[in-house]
Design a binder for this molecule. Structure first.
Ligand code: HEC
Length: 103
């Protein structure tokens, strides 16, 4: 049986407002739109190739997974040490603008 004192301790030590802000922070960290993918591409990804590699007839990428892997390869070659959400955001930007793979 749960003692009543434990229940009240739990509810006072974690106020709803704190829980709500923790939840909002962790959701925000995962959301693509928190990352400015356009700016990342313009800053880091235009020195070797422009968007023509994404649209050329013999482009090499043929799936969303492949695109994600290629973004990561180029990013790692450049030693940018992006976070996953930056790689994800750039992948979805390129997919939205150029590749249009289905999920
Ligand atoms: C140091 C030069 C360099 C930079 C900077 C660079 N890339 Fe690349 N990227 C390449 C090369 C080389 C290829 C392969 C081109 C080929 O196969 O002809 C390539 C190919 C690609 C492709 C595949 C194109 C296709 O065939 O469909 C994608 C996607 C891509 N890069 C994304 C990026 C992204 C995102 C960045 C910025 C993080 C970036 N690249 C920065 C060198 C670079």
């Amino acid at each position: 049986m749960l003692p009543g004192s434990m229940l009240s301790l739990a509810s006072t030590s974690l106020p709803a407002t704190l829980l709500a802000s923790l939840l909002a922070a962790s959701l925000g960290a995962q959301a693509d739109e928190r990352v400015d993918a356009q700016a990342l591409v313009e800053k880091n990804c235009t020195s070797c190739h422009g968007s023509e590699v994404y649209t050329r007839d013999d482009r090499r990428i043929d799936s969303l997974d492949g695109l994600h892997a290629q973004v990561q390869r180029c990013e790692q070659n450049l030693e940018l040490t992006w976070f996953d959400d930056q790689v994800d955001a750039v992948t979805s930007l390129l997919n939205r603008k150029y590749y249009n793979f289905e999920r």
